[in-house]
Design a protein around this ligand. Structure first.
Ligand code: PFF
Length: 448
């Protein structure tokens, strides 16, 4: 199945790589935190609906563009364009996605580095290296710089090896480990006092909250971040899939894995919070809001692990290794976006391009670390609150209004002989043309 520019060697390779991109800190950290801050099960319900009704169609638009173009995001979109203004539009959208993903990786690498330092801490603790332990889990510029650099080196090392030998091989190794670890941790937390209350809060929706605008906006943002939309990544992954594969089914399978893992992560984190509460840690304030939303993972859970005694060291190790793996399979997809662009458009050798771009992104991360208070939140908002929804919406506009309908249908039909009889065939082109861009635009402008 591989082409001269590389490609996934098997269907499973693509599913695990795309699911690896989708499943990341957004699922295991972002989703449960958002759920806990937004009324528990009501958020889960809205998230599920938006993931399948808006994110999945937009995800398909990006995969189809890439599979048609068999090239990086910019070139793929230019191939579809017919007139000069369309080509310019294609460049803006394709390149916009690449800029967006570079920004995402620059802050994601810092968080992922922190996960790695928290994963090593239980080991130093076990060895009695107390100074090292407290350094690893205390906030410091030096620690952040070192671990962000380490994480980028890992990401670069995988991407230098290319699609089949790097992305696919490592996704196949890491994803099963991630799922196994997640399930083991859930089973363990299940046995602890307080967990049952957490399950109830997670699984009983307060239907009255379902239509709250803030909840809708958070759920949509979360679904787009989780499926890596608006970043050029799914266009480039789409371009590595063979024409003989049924893209509609593959896309649905990846969405299902992504949503299921977010759901499973909720089963781990929300009950863990209640277990911590049963042990005396304050989780919610008097008005019922979550006390340490974003810091949940670094404050509340470590307190819980410490309260478990010796076994807590192993649980903490498992948990932060899980986080680091999830981050790595996502970060490799992020780096592939700009690398494929530079390799294909500027004829630079892959290894050189990867090292150079990876280093450039590390410099960006370093700038953020050194100006944390000003830049960290700003880069997150720019890339995930504004960039991703905007670019994802423009991709839908591109498919709905610029790509000729017959061309889109032809691409859907590749590898899918019975496509014409499916619901997807009848609904999706129309849906992507009108419903997706308007719905994304409404939620987007409302969030401003
Ligand atoms: N989907 C990843 C997560 O949920 O953590 C984050 C992500 C990966 C965002 C790749 C954007 C991207 F291009």
């Amino acid at each position: 199945m591989s082409t001269a520019r590389g490609g996934f060697s098997s269907r499973m390779g693509f599913i695990l790589a795309a699911a690896g991109s989708a499943v990341g800190l957004g699922n295991i950290w972002g989703f449960p935190t958002q759920t806990a801050s937004n009324g528990g099960a009501a958020f889960v319900l809205v998230y599920l609906v938006l993931a399948f009704c808006l994110a999945y169609p937009a995800f398909m638009a990006e995969l189809l563009i890439g599979r048609y173009g068999q090239a990086n995001a910019v070139t793929s979109m230019e191939k579809i364009s017919r007139s000069l203004w369309q080509k310019r539009f294609a460049f803006v959208v394709g390149f916009g996605g690449i800029v967006c993903v570079v920004l995402i990786l620059s802050f994601y690498g810092i968080l992922a580095g922190k996960m790695m330092s928290y994963a090593i801490e239980p080991v130093t603790s076990l060895l009695g290296l107390n100074d090292a332990s407290s350094w690893l889990i205390s906030q410091s510029v030096v620690r952040n710089l070192i671990f962000t650099a380490l994480f980028m080196v890992l990401t670069i090392a995988i991407i230098r090896r290319g699609v089949e030998d790097g992305i696919e091989k490592w996704s196949k190794r890491l994803m099963p480990m991630l799922i196994g670890l997640l399930i083991l941790l859930i089973i363990y937390v299940f046995t602890l006092e307080g967990a049952k209350e957490g399950f109830a809060a997670y699984l009983n929706p307060d239907i009255s909250r379902v239509f709250e605008p803030d909840l809708l906006i958070s759920a949509l943002g979360q679904a787009f971040f989780s499926l890596s939309l608006g970043t050029s990544v799914m266009v480039i992954y789409g371009s590595y899939i063979s024409k003989s594969e049924n893209l509609v089914t593959l896309g649905a399978q990846v969405t299902l894995i992504d949503v299921s893992i977010a759901f499973l992560a909720g089963l781990l984190i929300i009950p863990s919070m209640y277990v911590a509460q049963a042990q005396g840690v304050a989780i919610f304030s008097d008005d019922g809001s979550l006390i340490s939303g974003p810091n949940l993972v670094f404050d509340v859970l470590p307190t819980l692990f410490t309260g478990m005694g010796a076994i807590g060291l192993f649980v903490a190790f498992g948990f932060f290794v899980l986080m680091s793996i999830a981050a790595l399979t996502s970060s490799i997809s992020m780096l592939e976006g700009p690398v494929s662009f530079v390799v294909e458009r500027h004829n630079v050798e892959r290894k050189k391009a990867t090292t150079f771009i990876g280093f450039g992104i590390f410099i960006l991360s370093a700038l953020i670390i050194l100006n944390f208070d000003v830049l960290f939140g700003l880069v997150i908002s720019l890339s995930t609150v504004y960039g991703q929804p905007l670019i994802a919406m423009l991709c839908c506009v591109f498919v709905g209004w610029i790509w000729q309908r017959s061309g889109v249908l032809e691409e859907i039909k590749q590898g899918n002989d019975s496509a014409e009889h499916s619901l997807f065939w009848k609904v999706w082109p129309w849906y992507t043309k009108f419903v997706c861009p308007s719905a994304i635009a409404i939620v987007f402008f409302h969030s401003l």
